[in-house]
Design a protein around this ligand. Structure first.
Ligand code: ATP
Ligand code: MG
Ligand code: MG
Length: 551
């Protein structure tokens, strides 16, 4: 059951049921156009539509709104289904396509023509634009508006049979060229596209408009609540006009809600497609992309996306959500659920001079600080280990709680050590730190009472595994990257840093792809869905431990 952020649509339906205005099932649908991958904005719509069906014990369908054959393809159809399932939802029955209703919709178009409610307009698109007027100028009737029914039937048949070129004719609903709402000024019902369709092949060269197809498809599927984003508010009178003028089996009701906008993010398939087409990113599922496939590969959990959608709620207005809200959602989930591990990203060798040369000792560590159900870890400890370069300084002030020459730290889950010496190369760079360890400090402080200054992570040099770690950051550097037309102007120049020489605990090399872990002291990481392999571990940074973008 939904945790229930603010959701006015759920409240609205509950009231309808209470007042007896709605009996029977609640039927919703998620209606993507298969012209790109789903993004985080779609997650809001998915959670809302499937969430309502779940809450009211009804059904939610998945319907591909496939009325623009040139922009659509099977890859998108497949990815959309996979993404909906990944989020944790299953649609009712078979996947539906608006194209399954093309025959019925064509019949509805004939029905309108026969009733004098539609006509074939042969104005050019430039002329049609002129006749349409604008928001403060009434439109003018097309000279084709009063053709006879017989004429219209013949012209529409000619359209269907391929007798016109694209743009030479269109079927329009005959509503009101002076309507204040531009959507009612004789909107197009059918237009000509000499293009094959991924579902219907070359059966059709005329395709219904979104407005004509959508409501009728809802009605044909028994949808009771047709939920869409605010930009369709002005289309609602048209949605209703069609339902009133056609012999549809039921009367769905459209309700609009505010789109999800996230700052530092783009939620437009068209603009995201540009990033893919121009090779700015490594495909639709690049871990920096706000697509669900990208977010998945980045390591976000489905639960964190669902929680995020609950947190932001559903309201009637548009707003912009801070990207940190999404980042915090996954951080919260992983803090509770991700196993802990150690990874050294920028290695410096530490030699423990009083530790036996070839010994390998197996230490143990908790899988998670407060989750006894997660398995513990075995950590091989050896004379040589790697630590982070930034965890050692020859000298430092008191604020530096890491390893300093002549001082002590604890190696996490292991012993207390004291740095004694450094080895430098000819350029003066430190290449090794030498230290001694105190064998009595496993779980105890040193007997002499001199406490370590801090705790640092490490990985055995001989037993650890090399890994490649990709440190991802936000793709865009500005709050509103979608504003200007050129999304490419707003890219974050360092949205990806590759660390090829990292060292990880040996057991991490063999985890399954998509396993999420916290690299202690660094952040949350995921074994890459595609590139991670036992011989060549690859991890992606999901988010750092703390929000580093705080203003
Ligand atoms: P885009 O502009 O990215 O192409 P769209 O609205 O054209 O988005 P559709 O495939 O038609 O994409 O969307 C399917 C459903 O998802 C629609 O009901 C749409 O309203 C909803 N949706 C799309 N983007 C968002 C968003 N940012 N927030 C909430 N819902 C969204
Ligand atoms: Mg759309
Ligand atoms: Mg679109």
């Amino acid at each position: 059951e939904a945790k229930g952020g603010n959701n006015f649509i759920r409240n609205m339906i509950a009231e309808q049921i209470e007042r007896g205005e709605h009996s029977g099932e609640v039927v919703t649908r998620f209606p993507p156009e298969p012209n790109g991958y789903l993004h985080i904005g779609h997650a809001k719509s998915i959670c809302l539509n499937f969430g309502l069906a779940e809450y009211f014990g009804g059904r939610c369908r998945l319907r591909f709104d496939d009325t623009n054959p040139e922009k659509e393809n099977q890859e998108y159809i497949d990815s959309i289904q996979a993404d909906v399932r990944w989020l944790g939802f299953e649609w009712d029955g078979e996947v539906r396509f608006t194209s399954e209703y093309f025959e019925t919709l064509h019949g509805y178009a004939l029905y309108l023509i026969e009733n004098g409610d539609a006509y074939v307009d042969e104005l050019s698109s430039a002329q049609a634009r002129e006749y349409r007027g604008d928001w403060n100028t009434p439109g003018t009737d097309s000279p084709f508006r009063n053709r006879s029914v017989a004429d219209n039937l013949a012209a529409f048949e000619k359209m269907r049979a391929g007798g016109f070129a694209e743009g030479e004719a269109a079927l329009r609903a005959k509503i009101d060229m002076a309507a204040g709402n531009m959507n009612l000024r004789d909107p197009i019902i059918y237009r000509i596209r000499h293009a094959a369709h991924h579902q219907t092949g070359s059966t059709w060269c005329i395709y219904p408009s979104y407005d004509f197809a959508h409501g009728q498809s809802d009605a044909l599927e028994g949808v009771t609540h047709s939920i869409c984003t605010l930009e369709f508010e002005d289309h609602r009178p048209l949605y209703n006009w069609f339902l009133e003028h056609l012999p549809v089996p039921c009367r769905p009701v459209q309700t609009e809600f505010g789109r999800l906008n996230l700052n530092y993010t783009i939620t437009s398939k068209r603009k995201l497609k540009r990033l893919v087409d121009e090779d700015i990113v490594d495909g639709w599922d690049d871990p920096r992309m706000p697509t669900l496939a990208g977010i998945r590969r980045r390591g976000y959990t489905p639960a964190s996306i669902r929680n995020f959608c609950d947190t932001i709620g559903v309201s009637r207005g548009d707003g912009v959500v801070d990207a940190t809200v999404l980042e915090n959602a996954v951080r919260e989930d992983l803090n509770d659920n991700a196993a802990r591990a150690m990874c050294v990203m920028d290695p410096l060798k530490l030699v423990i001079t009083n530790y036996p040369e070839d010994a390998v000792e197996t230490l143990s560590a908790a899988g998670h600080p407060n989750r006894d159900d997660l398995p513990g870890r075995s950590l091989p400890f050896t004379r040589e280990v790697f630590i982070e370069k930034e965890d050692f300084r020859e000298e430092a002030n008191k604020k530096y709680k890491r390893l300093v020459l002549g001082k002590r730290v604890r190696l996490r889950n292991a012993y207390v050590i004291e740095a004694t010496d450094v080895v430098k190369d000819d350029r003066g760079e430190i290449v090794e730190v030498h230290c001694t360890y105190d064998p009595d400090t496993l779980g105890n402080n040193p007997a002499d009472g001199v406490k370590p200054k801090g705790v640092i992570h490490w990985v055995s040099a001989s037993q650890g595994k090399r890994a490649l770690v990709r440190q991802y950051d936000r793709l865009f550097a500005v709050e509103n990257p979608g504003r200007g037309d050129d999304v490419l102007d707003n890219l974050n120049p360092v949205s990806l840093q590759v660390f090829a020489g990292c060292w990880i605990e040996p057991d991490l090399a063999t985890v399954e792809p998509e396993t999420r872990v916290q690299f202690e002291r660094i952040g949350y990481f995921v074994a890459d869905r595609y590139d991670h392999a036992p011989g060549a571990p690859v991890f992606n940074r999901i988010v750092p431990l703390r929000d580093t973008w705080a203003k």
